[in-house]
Design a protein around this ligand. Structure first.
Ligand code: AP5
Ligand code: ZN
Length: 214
C-alpha cells in the first residue's frame, strides 16, 4: 500500500507516519528528514538548501524528486508513506511516473485539516529526540520528567531552526500557494480522503486508519 500524508506544516504527518511504520511495517519517506540529514552531514546539496529551508521556502523540485527516486529504488516492504512529498503539482506528476515504473500506484491520499493557530502552536512547541527522531511537544506530548526519550532512553533533544513563528507563517503561505492545489488534484483522481487533524494524537490515528480502510 502506498499512501501520501498531505497537510500543512505541523499537521501531524510525521507523528502519524511513525505510528504507521511501527504498526504496519511500512516505509516512511520524508523529504524534510532527508534534507535535514543532508544539511547535518554537510553535503554540497545540504549546504545549498540550508538557507531555503530556514526561510520556509520550497527546495527545488529537481532536488526533492531526485531524493525520492533514490529511495524508491529498493525494497519498500509493506508500502510507502510519503510525508511532506509531493508539495507541488510537478512533484505529484513525478511521483505518479516513479511509482508507475515500479508497476505501482497510490492507494490513498490522506489530507489532514488543522487550523493555522493550532499549527503555529504545534511547531513552536516541538522538539525531537536527537537519537531516534521521536517527536515531542511541550504541552501535548512532553518529554518525560526523567528527561529520557520514551522510545530509546536518549536524553538529548533538538529544536528545528524553522520552527519559529516568522518562518512558520511563511511556511503556511507557501503551503496554501504551492501545495494546497494538490487537494483538488487528488480529489479529481478519486484518491483523496480528508480528515480532521485536530484532537488527541490517538484520535487522529483512528481517523487515519478509518480513511485508509475506506
Ligand atoms: P518538512 O520537514 O516536511 O516540514 P513540514 O511539512 O513543515 O512539516 P512538519 O515536519 O513541520 O510537520 P508534521 O506535519 O510532520 O508535524 P509533526 O508530526 O512533527 O519540511 C521542512 C522544509 O524542508 C520545508 O519548509 C522545505 O523547505 C523543505 N522541503 C521538505 N519537503 C519538500 C518538498 N517535497 N519540496 C520542496 N521542499 C521541501 O507534529 C508537529 C508538532 O505537533 C509535534 O510537536 C507533535 O508532537 C505535535 N502533534 C502532532 N499531532 C498532534 C495532535 N493530534 N495534537 C496535538 N499535538 C500534535
Ligand atoms: Zn529517542
Amino acid at each position: 500500500m502506498n499512501i501520501i500524508l498531505l497537510g500543512p506544516p505541523g499537521a501531524g504527518k510525521g507523528t502519524q507516519a511513525r505510528m504507521l511504520v511501527e504498526e504496519r511495517g511500512m516505509v516512511q519517506l520524508s523529504t524534510g528528514d532527508m534534507l535535514r540529514a543532508a544539511k547535518t552531514s554537510g553535503t554540497e546539496m545540504g549546504n545549498k538548501v540550508a538557507d531555503v529551508m530556514a526561510r520556509g521556502d520550497l527546495v527545488t523540485d529537481e532536488i526533492v524528486i531526485g531524493l525520492i527516486a533514490e529511495h524508491l529504488d529498493g525494497d519498500t516492504g509493506a508500502g510507502v508513506i510519503f510525508d511532506g512529498f509531493p508539495r507541488t503539482l510537478a512533484q505529484a506528476d513525478a511521483l505518479r511516473d516513479l511509482l508507475g515504473k515500479r508497476g505501482e500506484s497510490l492507494d490513498a491520499v490522506v489530507a489532514m485539516r488543522v487550523d493555522d493557530e493550532a499549527l503555529i502552536s504545534r511547531v513552536t512547541g516541538r522538539s525531537t529526540c536527537a537519537n531516534c527522531g521521536e517527536v515531542y511537544h511541550d504541552q501535548t506530548k512532553p518529554i518525560p520528567d526523567d528527561g529520557k526519550c520514551v522510545k530509546c532512553g536518549h536524553t538529548e533533544f533538538t529544536r528545528r531552526s524553522d520552527d519559529n513563528e516568522d518562518s512558520m507563517r511563511h511556511r503556511l503561505l507557501v503551503y496554501y500557494r504551492d501545495t494546497s492545489p494538490l487537494i483538488g488534484y487528488y480529489h479529481a483522481h478519486g484518491q483523496l480522503r480528508s480528515i480532521d487533524g485536530l484532537g488527541a494524537i490517538d484520535e487522529v490515528k483512528e481517523r487515519v486508519e478509518g480513511a485508509l480502510a475506506s
